[in-house]
Structure formats: C-alpha cells, structure tokens
Ligand binder design. Structure first.
Ligand code: SER
Length: 874
C-alpha cells in the first residue's frame, strides 16, 4: 500500500465515524512550552485542558512531528526518526476506550489487512478495562502485556495533559530480535499505534514517568498516534523508512552520490550512515519549510545539529560534494504534493542548506587545524576540556576528535568530556526550570479564574473606554484581597478595551478608575488565550475585586500603534511585491510610532523603492476592512497567515486595499492615509536568510524628517551656503582638503628621506657588518620605522639600525635589520632599561617604556647587543 493510500484510508475511516479532518499544525508550535510539534495532540491541548471548547468533539489529522530526544538511535535502530507523520484520531470528552480500541483493531485488521496473529498489545499496569476490551475484540490474553509508566503512560514531556496508554505492536519476525513480545524486544515487536486515554494533568518533572500527577482533566479524552513511516515499512514489506516510498527517491539519490549501494540492515557503520543522511534530509526540509532557521540555540540548533550530522555521515560515506541541496530537493520533489509548503519554500530550503553545509565544511577544516595543534602538543592523551572546547566553540564533533586522536596513537579523556557536557546540560536545565516553574504557577491561577468566570470580554476593537468590574487582583503568589497606593499588581477585568500584547503588537497602557482608586495601566498581556492581564500601579486609594471601574486606554498611543500595525501589513505586501513571494514575515514588533519587521530574504537590498511603494500605496488611501470567516474561507480568499497560527477556528481578517490581506487580531487605522508616512531607518541581517527592517510611522516619521531638516540647515550654515547647495559645497571642500593632505604627505616623505639620508652617512662599519644606533628626537615613534627601513635600503646588506625617540613622556625604540636575525633580539634588554617590553616579528621590532630619561643607556645597550650579534653572524 502506498503511503498516500495509507493516509487517505486513515482519514476516510475516521471521517466515516464523524471525525472532522483538521490540517497539521506547523512544526513551530504556538505552545510556548514546546520547542517543536511532537505529537498530533499538541494543537488540541487547550481542548484537553478545558481552556477552550472545540467546535467539534472528534477530530482526525496527519500531523508533522519532530522529535530529537532519540536522535542517537536514528539510523542505529530501524524504527527511530527525527521527523515523521503521525496519523491520529481524537475525542474531546466524547468517546473513550471502547471505541478507540475497537476502531484501531478494525482499521488494522480489515483495512490495512495486518495479520492479527502478528499483532501484540500492551496496556498500562492496572488498566484492566483496556485489557478486557482488547480481549473482547479478539486479542488472545497471551499477546496482551502490561507495562509501567515508562512505556504505557504518555505526556508531552512537559506539564500538561497526560494519561495511561495502550499500544499496538507488530511482530516483524525473528530476524529482528528475540521472542517474548514487546516487553522483551522493541525492535522486533515494533510499536505502531499508541492509544492514549487522556485523563490526567501532570506537573514538573524529568524523564518518562518521573513527574507528579496533579489531578484529573475536566473530561476523559482520546489521543491516538500511528506512525506513518513504520506502518508504511510494514505494508511495503521493507526494513526501514528509507526504503518506503516516503524516502526511497532520496535514498537512491544518496546511493548514487556515494557511488555504491546501501549494504542493507547489516549492523555496519556504513549502513547506519546511509540511513542517517536520508532521514535527516527529510527533517531538515520540513523544518526549514515551516520557518526554522539554523541558530546557536533552541529549535534553530536542532536544525543545525541535524544538518551537521547529515553532512558528517555523508563525508563518512566518502561524498565530498555538497549533499544537502540535492537531497532536500529530492525530498521536496517526492513529498511536495502532499505537503505544499515544501514546494513553496523550495528556494529557501536550498539556500539555507547550501550556506550551512558550506559553513560546516569550514568549521570542520578549522576544527581539524586546532585538533592537529592539540595532537602535536599532547603526550598520550588529549584532555576532555580540549575536546569539549572543540565541540562547544567550534561545533567539532567528539567522535571526529576521537577518530583523529586514535589515528595519531592518542586517546581522548572521554570521561572528562562527558562530565563537562553533563555540567553544561544541567546548567541549561536549571536556567530553564526556574522560568517554567513560575509560568506554570501563574497559568494555574489564570486557569482557575477562567474556569470560574470565563474569558475577558475584549471590546477594544470598537472603543477605547469601557465601564467594567474588577474581577481579580494578583501578585506572584496568587490572588490578593486588595491593593493600595504604591502597589504594582496584576489586574483582571470582566471586560476591557485594553489590547493585550499579541501578534507582535504591544499591549495598551492607560488608566483604570474606581470610586476609591486610580490605577495606572503599565502593560497588558494575555495570561491565557482570551484572558487579559493588566500590569497596574495603584496611584492612589485602595482597590478590591468586585468594584465597578472605568477603563480608559491611552488613545493617542493606541492610534500611533494602529498606524504602525497597518504600515506593517502594507510593508509586508510591498516587500513581497518587490523582492518576491519568499520575502515572508518571520516576526514583527508593532509599537507606537515605530515598527520592526523580520522576514525571509538572503541579501542586503536597496530599501528606497520599497519605501516609495509603501507610501504611494498608503497615499492612495485604501480602505481598511476587517471581517471574520472560517479558516478555510480565509485561506480560499488568499489571506496571509503567519506560521504557528491556530487552526479550526473562526479567524479575523484585515484587508488594506486589494494588495494586503492578513489574518490578524490587532488594531488598525480606518483608512490607509491615516498611517501617515513610513520612513525606513534601517535594514540589516539577523541570521542566515533572515533580514530586519526598522521603520518610523506617522508623526514619529514626520518628527524624524524635521530633525533631519534641522541637521541639514545647520550643516549648510557651517558651510556658509544654502541647504540645496550644501552637498556640492562640501564636495569641493573635501577635494581641497584631500589635495592639501596629499601635499603635506609629500613634504613629510621628503623630510623623512632627508633623515634617512643623513643617518645612513652616520652608520659605522663593525666586525661582521655595519651598525647605526641613534637618538632622533625630532621624529615621532610612528616615523622611526620608516626612517630605519630607509637607512637599511641606502646602506645595503648586513646592517642593523636602532633608532630611539621620546614622545608624550615615553621612550620608543625601533630596530630594523637585513641580516635575517629577529630584530626583537636586539631590543630585549634595552626595552627593560626603559621599563617596558619589546615586540614584533622578523626584520623589524619595536620597544617602548615609561622611562624616557633612560633612552641613551638603552641605545647603548642595544648597540652592544647588535655588535655582538653581527660579530657572530655566519
Ligand atoms: N500523543 C501520543 C503519542 O504521541 C498519541 O498520539 O504517541
């Protein structure tokens, strides 16, 4: 069965059972606790937690997932992958174990026609109910095993929903491992489908199962995940994902590039390298298509690590040409119909991988040099610290260090290396944990508020003033009974006109008044999706929950922010018009009077034409129209959506004229011309393939022009001319200045030549050559070197020149020679005499010190040294 048919059979099966098909969310999740989408359930987390009600209680999806916790196993086992498609069916408080289990069995045995005799089941230790249901659908008790938290309890790896699970495994036969069911051998009895009975909430903790269960979710849910790769390998009767139709073209291309065939599953390093390169190429293509770019940390580092591993293993296979551009292109060719984002971002993928592979090759060369030096220094062992530095600073892989050391007959202190790595990991984890812990405590408080009172009624799209009530006051320890003058606390209102920071737009500020207090709103953000949290300072009086209040947004600031937001949309549209469709938004910051816009593009460019396009477009005064639609309608209408936006909800669309249509929750001007002028103040690179534009809008742009104008007027005044004449006048002045400088230079050179000439005649013959040692008080220390070389040229071979001067209370000495010795040797002792040191390499050297009075002695010392050197020259 082809993978396309496996996907559609899955979707059809569950659609027939009243599931709504939901598209995959991007690999960059909107959930801040997650680095990358790692399961089909990620995008439904708010439904499981009861934070948001789903539109439909059953869903089915094919989700793109990335998991790198098992990266070391990829290629070594046949079943691990860093990217895979997960087929999943979901119930949000609707059906539970009985349906989930019997449907899984039906789909496997009757639609995918897997041999029931080869299917094994695991259930969580005490889950008798699941075991009973499996038996009732026909699984013999002998093929049902019970496993603990480690295997049969599932969570996202972070605090959130979790629950016991039950897995379906397929026996791939004795050539894959030993008998005894999944409990005995995971490689032979391959896990295919994980059915999670999502019913609990977990807290902080590490490792599988090493976390507390905090309580029950509001409802019992189903979350299942079936790995498309693994199922395809079985249905296509091949050993690994690389040989399925999902990756075969890429795998074949790799073998062509390596000039030899994949040796099969023979346990060799070569076989592993083949699989790693192909598997990682697919992950790399998908990650870049979803907006991940290589970086030193976070998800960008995951991508970088995958690229580097792929390149390294390709080099091991003897491929010295760039591999990633070709291999990722073949992934795009093979999977681009199913996943059109690959095709849309094909250019970006190629550019990113080419640049990264080139950079990594450079790193390898640089690392090799450092390693060679370390090997030359080492006796017996290379320290773990050196290996760690190579790894940490230069990205030079430890196994390459070990290999190279071994060929030089050395060992690497791998224990020390592992300790340093572990230290670093622990430090990173500690840093992460503090933040997360706090965030989780706060999120709990917010969740309790929304569970009791629902979400904030946001009225700020139509008004900036509203009558409301104080719902809660909080500080970092939780709810407060009141707040008094001077307190800085979090305020939650039943309804609010304050926009909460999101979609790049800053939160509103302003004032909230009750009959007994005045609160200054310093910022507004979303505590949870839909819950507005105001950071306030109590200016006077006392405030308590339950009081009526008037909320007043700083309307001027809001208007200036709206101008920037509309300008941002138009800038985005015009950048894509000017540079091409690839110049898509990657981030933005919309503030009163200014904006920052990050987008995909590869090189620096002239921003003038873009600025003109933006301003002309706005001056045409296009209508700004805001409307709501389903996500599907919005997409059909060509609305531009940023990565990470949630699916399946009704969305808000902002049109500005007919060139700009974006999904957006922000605040905007009513007509284009109200955005005022947009003035680009900077364009820069912020990472590979990523640029940033900063611009001023509205009255801030106008004030900027006024300031520029004032500068120009001042400049013209200094040049004694009119502003429009200023550039020409300045050009003339600069030309005159350059001529004068040139003239001065000529004079100066002639003067130095004269010095050289005079000094050359003073040089005296000594045994073995000639010598000049002289103090030249009229020269600066910078000139000494020029004059010394001039003397050498005039007097010819076998000479040493030593010149000294005093400037700014310091002594300076220069030695120059054409004898082939190190000039510094002449000055070493003399330098000490003037209280300093000597520097320089080869035929010239200099010395300096804080004792100008000792210059005469120093010159004598250097001359004695020089005589001795000359006398012993061969
Ligand atoms: N969330 C579970 C998993 O990823 C089932 O979908 O395995």
């Amino acid at each position: 069965m082809r993978s396309a048919d496996i996907r559609s059979a899955f979707l059809d099966f569950f659609q027939d059972r009243d599931h709504r098909v939901v598209p995959s969310s991007p690999l960059i999740p909107s959930d801040p606790t997650l680095l990358l989408a790692n399961a089909g359930m990620n995008q439904f987390k708010p439904y499981f937690l009861g934070e948001t009600a789903p539109e439909h209680s059953r869903a089915v999806s094919v989700q793109k997932c990335a998991r790198t916790s098992d990266i070391e196993n990829v290629g070594r086992t046949t079943r691990h992958a860093t990217f895979f498609e997960m087929l999943g069916n979901f119930s949000f408080g609707d059906y539970f174990k009985a349906e989930a289990i019997s449907w899984a069995w039906e789909l496997f045995t009757r639609h995918y026609n897997l041999d029931p005799e080869r299917l094994w089941v695991t259930v969580y230790l005490d889950d008798d109910e699941a075991a009973r249901i499996w038996r009732s659908v026909g699984v013999p008790a002998a093929r049902i095993q019970r496993l603990g938290m480690e295997d049969n309890y599932w969570s996202m790896g972070v605090p959130g929903p979790c629950g016991p699970s039950s897995e379906l495994h397929y026996d791939r036969g004795p050539s894959f491992g030993r008998e005894g069911g999944p409990a005995a051998d995971g490689e032979r009895y391959q896990e295919l489908w994980n059915l999670v009975f999502m019913q609990n909430l977990r807290g902080e903790g590490t490792g599988k199962g090493g976390y507390p269960i905090l309580g029950e979710l509001p409802a019992k849910n189903i979350d299942t995940g079936l790995g498309l790769d693994r199922l395809a390998a079985i249905l296509q009767d091949v050993d690994t994902v690389c040989e399925t139709d999902l990756l075969l073209p890429t795998f074949r291309l790799l073998q062509e590039m390596a000039g030899r065939e994949y040796p099969g599953r023979d346990g060799s390093d070569e076989s592993t390298s083949f699989r790693i390169v192909a598997e990682h190429s697919r992950s790399v293509a998908f990650l870049i298509a979803d907006g991940v770019l290589p970086a030193r940390d976070g998800r960008g580092y995951v991508l970088r690590r995958l690229m580097r591993r792929a390149v390294r293993h390709a080099r091991k296979l003897g491929i010295d040409e760039p591999v990633l551009p070709e291999l990722t292109a073949s992934v795009v060719g093979n999977l681009g119909t199913t996943w059109p984002e690959l095709t849309r971002q094909a250019g970006l993928i190629r550019r990113v991988v080419s640049a990264e592979e080139e950079g990594f090759d450079r790193t390898l060369r640089q690392g090799s040099q450092l390693l060679d030096a370390a090997i030359a220094r080492a006796s017996g062992t290379i320290s773990g610290r050196t290996a760690f530095e190579l790894h940490d600073t230069y990205g030079f892989p430890i196994d390459l260090t070990v290999d190279a050391a071994r060929s030089a007959g050395l060992t690497v202190d791998e224990t020390e290396f592992a300790e340093l790595l572990e230290d670093q990991r622990r430090r990173a984890q500690r840093a992460g944990r503090g933040r997360k812990g706090d965030a989780v405590a706060r999120a709990d408080a917010y969740r309790r508020i929304t569970a009791e009172h629902g979400f904030t009624d946001f009225v700020g799209h139509s008004v900036t003033n509203a009558e409301t009530d104080v719902l809660a006051l909080l500080d970092s320890d939780g709810p407060l009974p009141s707040a008094v003058e001077g307190d800085e606390v979090e305020l939650i209102l039943t309804r609010t006109p304050f926009y909460a920071e999101s979609g790049g737009q800053v939160g509103d500020t302003g004032v909230v008044r009750t009959s007994s207090a005045t609160l200054q709103v310093l910022d507004t953000r979303l505590g949870l999706d839909g819950l507005h949290v105001h950071t306030v300072r109590v200016l006077d009086g006392e405030v308590r929950p339950g009081t009526a209040a008037e909320a007043v947004v700083d309307a001027d600031r809001r208007a200036a922010t709206a101008r920037s937001h509309s300008a941002t949309h138009v800038l985005h549209a015009m950048l894509r018009r000017h540079l091409g469709d690839h110049a898509a938004q990657r981030g933005s910051r919309v503030e009163p009077g200014r904006l920052r816009f990050d987008f995909a593009h590869f090189s620096s460019f002239e921003t003038g034409p873009v600025q003109t396009l933006v301003n002309d477009y706005l001056l045409d005064d296009p209508d700004v129209r805001v409307w709501e639609a389903s996500r599907a309608e919005a997409e059909a209408a060509g609305a531009y959506a940023l990565f990470g936006e949630k699916y399946g909800e009704s969305v808000r669309i902002v049109d500005i004229g007919d060139a700009s249509r974006e999904l957006c929750g922000g605040t905007h001007v009513g007509h284009g011309s109200q955005a005022g002028p947009v003035h680009i103040v900077g364009e820069s690179s912020i990472g590979t393939g990523l640029r940033r534009i900063e611009a001023l809008t509205g009255s801030d742009a106008l004030r900027h022009y006024d300031h520029q104008q004032a500068l120009l007027t001042e400049l013209a005044g200094l040049l004694n001319t009119r502003p429009d004449q200023a550039p020409e006048k300045l050009r003339q002045r600069l030309e005159t200045l350059a001529e004068t400088q040139h003239h001065l230079e000529t004079l100066r050179r002639a003067e130095l030549d004269a010095h050289a000439e005079r000094l050359a005649s003073q040089a005296e013959p000594v045994p073995g050559g000639w010598l000049l040692a002289s103090s030249v008080p009229s020269l600066t220390s910078g000139d000494l070197r020029t004059v010394a070389t001039g003397v050498l040229t005039r007097r010819g071979p076998r000479g040493i020149v030593i010149l000294g001067t005093t400037t700014e209370g310091k002594a300076a000495l220069v030695a120059a020679t054409n004898t082939g010795i190190q000039a510094r040797d002449v000055l070493t002792t003399a330098a000490r005499e003037v209280g300093g040191g000597a520097g320089g390499k080869g035929p010239t050297a200099n010395a300096g010190g804080r004792r100008p009075d000792r210059l005469p002695q120093a010159l004598t010392t250097a001359a004695t040294e020089a005589r001795a050197i000359l006398a012993t020259l061969p």
